[in-house]
Design a protein around this ligand. Structure first.
Ligand SMILES: Nc1nc2c(c(=O)[nH]1)N[C@H]1C(S)=C(S)[C@@H](COP(=O)(O)O)O[C@H]1N2
Ligand SMILES: [Mo]
Length: 350
């Protein structure tokens, strides 16, 4: 067996360290997708530091299991699963680190960050499958004998990861938001057109299109594009920050959702506002927050292009891009949050 370095915890604790860091990475990674305000910046830091810690632990682990992998006589039924898991985890780590260093890299229609996300999510079922073959509780004797020393080793790893993260911030952090997103496009409509999965409708005919305001309101209403433009116009500067890793700070012009709601008088039990696209794509926002949102017809003074959601798109400051519904055709006040939105965003347009 290879000599263990001073910084290396015993085998079973390396494995448990890997489990803890993978769990932290999956949870922070997923929650970061719905985090758009600076109060959640620590999540992104934790995710970066966790990734660096995992890289070191995986290094220890690979060194340990290499003899078992390279000798075919040592293979068993669990080995292919282990190899698949190692490949996925390494690919997730490499894409994550490369994303941090290189920024907006496109892989066909996807950004490298989206690829990283898919790899990271795939790790979960393969890890559970790996457990069916290899799961073991930590050996008690090992914990008693080396627990204190291991705690120090894990502490050193965390500290090392944090220093590396600070260094990376100083070297490659410029031009990035706390979400890691990089600025894309210059002004106006010049930023990437993105749909979450399959939404790609025909251009909406502005002459026949209508916006309906309904649900739990006293006076439902319906507006043509011209009627909307005639109403009170409002402008807001806000950042569209897509979870695929880019952002666009723009001035958006359109109608205030608060004004629209006032004109229809929401019922007192209305707690949520659901914005629905012509494609079925939808998202709900608490009514007080929705009042501060904008339904934009224009960006930087230019009419929205079709790809960006013409004739009307939601501008929801502090929320991630996927919640900025494009091609909006209905605004409904509801009593409850519409949780089916989590399915709809994946299947609308299919
Ligand atoms: N109807 C609809 N709205 C949508 C989407 C979609 O797929 N369908 N994609 C969302 C995503 S993931 C992002 S990042 C933004 C992108 O807006 P853009 O294409 O104008 O850049 O729109 C959001 N609104
Ligand atoms: Mo997005």
């Amino acid at each position: 067996m290879a000599q263990r370095s001073r910084l290396e915890p015993p085998a079973s604790l390396v494995d448990w360290g890997i489990l803890v860091s993978v769990t932290a990475l999956v949870v922070t990674g997923l929650v970061s997708l719905v985090t758009g305000t600076a109060g959640g910046a620590w999540l992104f830091v934790l995710h970066s530091v966790g990734g660096l810690v995992l890289a070191v632990l995986v290094g220890f682990k690979l060194r340990r299991v290499r003899p078992r992998l390279t000798r075919s006589s040592a293979w068993d039924r669990g080995t292919p699963v282990s190899v698949l898991l190692a490949a996925l985890a390494l690919a997730a780590l490499v894409t994550g680190v490369y994303w941090v260093v290189a920024g907006l890299v496109w892989v066909g229609p996807f950004t490298l960050l989206t690829v990283h996300m898919l790899l990271g999510v795939l790790v979960v079922p393969v890890l559970l499958w790996h457990f069916r073959h290899r799961f073991r509780w930590p050996r008690r004797a090992e914990v008693e004998r080396e627990g204190r020393r291991s705690a120090l080793q894990f502490g050193a790893l965390l500290a090392g990861g944090t220093v590396l993260w600070r260094l990376q911030q100083a070297l490659a952090g410029a031009g990035r938001r706390f979400t890691g997103s990089k600025a894309a496009g210059g002004a106006g409509n010049g930023f990437p057109v993105t749909s979450w999965v399959a939404d790609d409708p025909e251009p909406v005919d502005t002459d026949s299109w209508q916006l309906s305001v309904g649900g739990a309101v006293e006076s439902p209403a319906s507006y043509s594009y011209d009627q909307l433009l005639d109403g009170a116009s409002e402008a807001q500067t806000a950042v569209l920050d897509c979870t695929s890793g880019w952002y666009a700070e723009r001035e958006w012009q359109g109608v205030s959702v608060g004004d629209l709601l006032d004109r229809s008088t929401p019922a007192s039990e209305g707690e949520w506002v659901r914005f629905r696209s012509v494609t079925g794509y939808k998202w709900s926002v608490p009514v007080e927050e929705a009042r501060e949102c904008l339904l934009a017809t224009h960006v930087d003074g230019d009419p929205l292009t079709h790809g960006h959601g013409a004739p009307l798109r939601l501008v929801a400051p502090g929320r991630r891009g996927f919640q900025w519904v494009k091609w909006v055709t209905s605004v409904e006040v509801t009593e409850q949050e519409d949780l089916s939105q989590w399915v709809t965003i994946f299947v609308s347009g299919l």
